[in-house]
Structures are given as structure tokens and as C-alpha cells.
Design a protein around this ligand. Structure first.
Ligand SMILES: O=c1ccn([C@H]2C[C@H](O)[C@@H](COP(=O)(O)O)O2)c(=O)[nH]1
Ligand SMILES: [Zn+2]
Length: 186
């Protein structure tokens, strides 16, 4: 065992530190996955997380209606032949993460997003100066509004990488765990 794997507790006893911590990519993608739990879209939820060069989170977002546009007034109806339904109103996760950033700008940052961005988001990502997009799924890539994203990202020099998940992430957070937060043993 390497000496750097051993830490001392307050009493001086040597304890082996946890080895199996999640890597940064998993951590930030999991943050994007958590953000999507805030979405009220009944059909599809997207989450995004932006980080800077220091690996600090500078913005998160999920798909939802604009500020002041209540879900009680505006409908989450799907697109029909007559109407674009929710698509007239919904702000995409990527846009919300960029607009609600907690820094002056997101130049040079990386965005983690649960779904490969649509063409409208691709445009906003490019204009914001984000330099890398790490996405989880590209399950909607056969839809027309997703086809232009890749060529635009390539032309603009934005790296696009699909995350290769290393392990299943489950977060235990329940009323039962109030009394004792479950320890992570692996
Ligand atoms: O880049 C994207 C693309 C889509 N979204 C949001 C917009 C909608 O709320 C859902 C997709 O709904 P469907 O009924 O599956 O079309 O996802 C996004 O946030 N970012
Ligand atoms: Zn979009």
C-alpha cells in the first residue's frame, strides 16, 4: 500500500482512506442529473451543470417555463399539428444554466448535460464561450432540431464528448436516513 493512501486519525492511528471515490466527470454529471429533478416537464427532463477551469460549479439549470410564467397558466401539452405546445414556452436546461450562472461569464468553461444539446442550445453555448460539452445521452439525435448542433460545435471549436459512465450512481436521501445518514463503504 502506498503511504499516500494512509491517513492518520486524531489519535494517531493509521486509517486507509476511501479509494473508490467518484471521479470529477461523474460528480458533475451527477449534479446535472440532480438538477433535472427540478423540471416539471411531464415528458422529458434535462439537467445541465457548468464548471470553470478550477473545477468549481458556476451554473446549473433544468428545462422549465420562464420566470413568472406559471405552470398553472401555460400548458405542458406536447406538440400537435396545430400547436407547438410547451415548445413555445419552455426554456432549455442549457440556456437556464448559462443565464443563471453565478459568474460574470462562462468563457472557457465546460458544460455537463444529460442530453446532447439541440441546435438552439448549441448556438447559445457557442456564443457564451463554453469550450467543452460533456453529454450523457444522444437519444434525440434523429430529430431535426438536433442535427445542426454537431456541425456548429465542430465549426466553432467546441469539444463534444459523450461521457462513459463508470458505475451506477445512487443517492440515498430519504426520511428514514434523517436519523442516521448511510455511510459509504465502497
Ligand atoms: O437541448 C435541449 C433539448 C430539449 N430540452 C427540453 C425541452 C423539453 O422540455 C424537453 C423535450 O421534450 P420532448 O417532449 O421530448 O420533445 O427537453 C432541453 O432542455 N434541452
Ligand atoms: Zn435545447
Amino acid at each position: 500500500m502506498a503511504s499516500r493512501d494512509v491517513e492518520q486519525d486524531e489519535r494517531g492511528a493509521k486509517r486507509q482512506k476511501r479509494q473508490n471515490v467518484i471521479d470529477w466527470d461523474t460528480y458533475f454529471m451527477a449534479t446535472a442529473f440532480l438538477a433535472r429533478h427540478r423540471s416539471k416537464d411531464p415528458d422529458y427532463q434535462v439537467g445541465a451543470c457548468i464548471i470553470n477551469d478550477d473545477k468549481k460549479i458556476v451554473g446549473t439549470g433544468y428545462n422549465g417555463f420562464p420566470l413568472g410564467c406559471s405552470d398553472d397558466e401555460f400548458s405542458w401539452d406536447k406538440r400537435t399539428d396545430e400547436s407547438r405546445g410547451k415548445h413555445d414556452y419552455v426554456c432549455h436546461a442549457e440556456m437556464n444554466a448559462i443565464i443563471f450562472r453565478n459568474t460574470t461569464d462562462v468563457k472557457g468553461c465546460t458544460m455537463y448535460v444529460t442530453l446532447f444539446p439541440c441546435n438552439e442550445c448549441a448556438k447559445i453555448i457557442i456564443q457564451s464561450g463554453i469550450k467543452k460539452v460533456i453529454y450523457f445521452s444522444d437519444e434525440k439525435n434523429d430529430k431535426p432540431e438536433f442535427k445542426a448542433s454537431k456541425p456548429m460545435f465542430i465549426a466553432a471549436g467546441v469539444d463534444i464528448v459523450q461521457l462513459e459512465p463508470k458505475k451506477k450512481i445512487e443517492i440515498v436521501f430519504s426520511p428514514e436516513s434523517l436519523a442516521k445518514v448511510p455511510r459509504i463503504f465502497n
